[in-house]
Ligand binder design. Structure first.
Ligand SMILES: *[C@@H]1O[C@H](CO)[C@@H](O)[C@H](O)[C@H]1NC(C)=O
Ligand SMILES: *[C@@H]1O[C@H](CO)[C@@H](O)[C@H](O)[C@H]1NC(C)=O
Ligand SMILES: *[C@@H]1O[C@H](CO)[C@@H](O)[C@H](O)[C@H]1NC(C)=O
Ligand SMILES: *[C@@H]1O[C@H](CO)[C@@H](O)[C@H](O)[C@H]1NC(C)=O
Ligand SMILES: *[C@@H]1O[C@H](CO)[C@@H](O)[C@H](O)[C@H]1NC(C)=O
Ligand SMILES: *[C@@H]1O[C@H](CO)[C@@H](O)[C@H](O)[C@H]1NC(C)=O
Ligand SMILES: *[C@@H]1O[C@H](CO)[C@@H](O)[C@H](O)[C@H]1NC(C)=O
Ligand SMILES: *[C@@H]1O[C@H](CO)[C@@H](O)[C@H](O)[C@H]1NC(C)=O
Ligand SMILES: *[C@@H]1O[C@H](CO)[C@@H](O)[C@H](O)[C@H]1NC(C)=O
Ligand SMILES: *[C@@H]1O[C@H](CO)[C@@H](O)[C@H](O)[C@H]1NC(C)=O
Ligand SMILES: *[C@@H]1O[C@H](CO)[C@@H](O)[C@H](O)[C@H]1NC(C)=O
Ligand SMILES: *[C@@H]1O[C@H](CO)[C@@H](O)[C@H](O)[C@H]1NC(C)=O
Ligand SMILES: [Cu+2]
Length: 607
């Protein structure tokens, strides 16, 4: 009781102090100590498009008369012939994003990684050098949300389209920016991206709403102080309880956060008040913010104290603008939002992102960043009060709210339907695994499926399982996912397509679908079960306009590590007709040479 009383007094006096003199917001660590060469989260971060400064376009933007409402992006994307070149060197390092010195994997010394920018129809070309040492590891980069329609081999998933990029090797990805909006890229090798190997990817296209200032990426990530490999090891341990939870240590906005060092184990290299992200607002202007959930596990709830926000795109799909005071983002999802700076020129206000307490597990779920108007004192902490919201639903906004701007409807009925049950169980040696139709996935790094299918090989080992669903030459596919597990919802991500979400909910799906211009996107939450015969369900549809082998998986890093993953094989006959560049086979030759003398420690599914 004394303790409670003492806490009350302490809280009270803190409140008094903060009223007496506003707390300052001066970082204890330099930008280089928290985020390396990245400028994200600083007041000097550029507004976008940054590249226009160096690469002015003679005739404005290159999409001509195409607008967000008159062009089908899947059939009518422009081809500009412009190549946007990036050179990425991947290395391990130590940074302290929230003041705790931790092992990270960086691109060009940056965490988050460099922002890729392109116009709709450009070619993005990224040369990746794997310089990961101490220990060496393979790697690969996936371009989340892009369809790879002309280049299905550059999707970046080891065991599917390529062998891992061997330590010391260099590999060049080259693909079209065929969709536009806010995307991101990340490593698809084990859970590497949880150590920071990811970054924003922004593609400019015709707008579907007016705004004045593009503030650029707002990168939301849960943070784990332990290296990703140790976390995966801790999950791939015998006899873990089926309902055990792995808690993140913190939550970050643009790679920065605050941490109370007394929470850390004794001896932790920790500095309090490391520094929070800061953003500029100009009074009277409308700002575009590009929210990206690039985390490992957490469902993010994004708010700006007292502000209404207008959502204009979900993933790479512009939507009819709708208003909200809280934006929900599952891992992998993006939302473009417009925010009107309705305050005074001297205003300062908190931006917040909470790892949902109902849907996720975090020791410090509340991420903060400061927004400063043009005449605000940028060393003072804002004093605004958090917007309250309902944290109950572990799903996305209602499908009635999320209506694509360009109207496009699925064929009805689809040519084929596949049900997939999602369950959680111990495997034969008592490790907790996720099962898709009773089968947990394990990658074979040495035999990428697309390359085998290209040679006409479409029959694969069933133990361990490669979870290949061969849809033959069907012209359209419906996938009905049932989540039989209670208290866990999942962000389901499909490569190679924006799927239609034709139904979503909890209980026995009654077969009803929304078939008129339903929400399209590349990642959608499936809700948890509400009881034994009350599964969460998610009904996806897409047309098979993109021959290839496409992962469909949960985007929670630790779940995909434990097998929550299948491969969609689309039009294998056309895959055999495809000419795949020799460099894809070269990734396997290099990987074979490397793995012949270094043991590859694949403790998880591999992707
Ligand atoms: C960090 O900042 C706080 C206040 O902002 C200060 O009290 C503390 O001494 C600083 N710590 C270090 C290691 O600089
Ligand atoms: C972080 O830890 C690494 C490894 O222990 C060490 O080399 C480095 O100096 C530390 N960095 C800081 C800023 O303390
Ligand atoms: C890779 O790392 C080594 C050792 O740190 C360094 O000497 C080399 O310059 C790096 N390579 C690249 C391409 O940065
Ligand atoms: C950051 O954390 C420190 C230590 O817990 C705390 O004293 C300080 O008030 C926090 N700063 C902010 C802006 O939340
Ligand atoms: C949406 O929010 C904006 C900005 O607060 C506001 O101007 C607009 O009137 C709102 N629209 C609706 C339909 O409420
Ligand atoms: C900004 O706020 C800080 C901290 O309260 C104060 O020390 C400084 O004088 C202020 N600057 C201006 C220009 O008012
Ligand atoms: C919160 O959301 C849940 C799920 O959508 C709903 O059942 C509940 O009524 C809501 N609560 C409030 C107070 O609005
Ligand atoms: C999924 O589980 C339900 C309930 O146990 C069962 O009736 C159904 O046959 C299963 N479907 C598949 C594809 O395994
Ligand atoms: C069970 O899962 C663990 C962890 O992925 C794996 O090492 C082990 O081989 C699996 N056991 C069987 C019998 O497949
Ligand atoms: C689903 O599981 C059943 C039973 O193991 C199996 O017969 C069937 O082939 C599986 N379906 C697919 C598409 O793998
Ligand atoms: C899935 O596995 C369970 C337990 O091994 C078994 O009882 C069930 O029949 C299997 N279901 C299918 C569709 O194979
Ligand atoms: C297909 O490839 C797998 C993996 O290399 C191999 O085990 C299998 O024998 C091959 N099948 C055929 C028909 O070549
Ligand atoms: Cu999951």
């Amino acid at each position: 009781m004394t303790l409670i009383l003492w806490e009350a007094v302490l809280l009270y006096s803190l409140t008094l102090i903060s009223f007496a003199s506003p707390t300052t917001l001066v970082a204890n660590l330099s930008q280089s100590q928290t985020n390396g060469n990245s400028q994200l989260g600083t007041l000097s971060a550029p507004t976008l498009p940054e590249f226009l400064t160096n690469n002015p376009l003679p005739d404005g933007f290159p999409w001509g008369s195409k607008t967000a409402s008159n062009s089908n992006p899947y059939e009518q994307s422009p081809t500009t012939g412009v190549i946007r070149n990036y050179n990425f060197v991947i290395e391990r390092g130590y940074k302290a994003p929230d003041g705790v010195n931790k092992s990270v994997i960086m691109i060009n010394g940056q965490i988050p990684g460099p922002t890729i920018e392109a116009n709709w129809g450009d070619t993005i070309q990224v040369t990746v050098t794997n310089n990961i040492t101490g220990p060496e590891e393979g790697t690969s980069l996936h371009w989340h949300g892009l369809l790879q329609t002309e280049t299905p081999w550059f999707d970046g998933v080891p065991s599917v389209q390529q062998c891992p990029i061997a330590p010391g090797s260099t590999f060049t990805y080259s693909f079209k920016a065929g969709l536009y909006g806010t995307g991101w890229y990340h490593s698809h090798y084990s859970a590497q991206y949880a150590d920071g190997l990811s970054g924003p990817m922004i593609i400019y296209g015709p707008p579907n709403a007016e705004y004045d200032i593009d503030l650029g990426p707002v990168f939301l990530t849960d943070l784990y102080h332990e290296p990703y490999f140790s976390i995966v090891e801790s999950q791939e341990t015998q006899n873990l309880p089926l309902d055990s939870h792995l808690f993140s240590d913190n939550n970050l906005i643009n790679g920065k956060g605050n941490y109370s060092c007394s929470q850390a184990p004794p001896g932790t290299d920790c500095v309090p008040n490391a520094g929070l992200s800061k953003f500029n607002f100009q009074s009277g202007k409308t700002h575009l913010l590009r929210l990206i959930n690039a985390g490992a596990e957490a469902l993010q709830r994004f708010t700006i104290d007292g502000y209404e926000m207008t959502i204009i795109a979900n993933d790479f799909v512009p939507v009819k603008p709708y208003n909200t005071t809280m934006v929900t983002l599952g891992v992998g999802q993006r939302s473009d939002i417009l925010v009107q700076a309705i305050g005074e020129p001297t205003d300062a206000v908190w931006m917040r992102s909470d790892a949902s307490e109902a849907c996720s597990s975090s020791l410090n779920p509340h991420a903060l960043a400061a927004i400063y108007y043009e005449s605000a004192n940028t060393t003072q902490a804002p004093t605004s009060t958090a917007t309250t919201y309902n944290d109950t639903l572990c799903g996305n906004d209602p499908l009635e709210s999320t209506v694509p701007f360009f109207s496009y409807s699925p064929l009805s009925p689809p040519a084929t339907t596949q049900d997939i049950n999602i369950t959680l169980a111990y495997n034969e040696t008592n490790y907790v695994q996720w099962y898709m139709n009773n089968s947990t996935f394990r990658a074979n790094y040495d035999n990428p499926l697309l390359l085998l299918a290209n040679q006409g090989n479409i029959s694969y080992p069933t133990n361990p399982q490669w979870n290949v669903y061969n849809f033959g030459s069907n012209t359209s596919i419906r996938i009905v996912l049932y989540n039989y597990v209670e208290h866990v919802s999942h962000p389901m991500h499909l490569h190679g397509h924006n799927f239609w979400v034709v139904a979503e909910g909890v209980g026995q799906w009654d077969g009803t679908v929304n078939s008129i211009n339903p929400q399209r996107r590349d990642t959608q939450m499936i809700q948890s079960a509400a009881g034994e015969d009350q599964p969460g369900y998610l009904v996806l549809e897409f047309n098979t306009d993109n021959p290839g082998v496409w992962p469909l998986h949960c985007h929670i890093a630790w779940h995909v590590s434990s097998g929550m993953y299948v491969n969609i094989m689309e039009r294998p006959d056309d895959i055999t007709e495809t000419e795949i560049p020799d460099i894809m086979q070269q990734t396997c030759t290099d990987w074979a040479i490397y793995s012949a003398h270094d043991v590859v420690d694949q403790i998880d599914s591999g992707v």
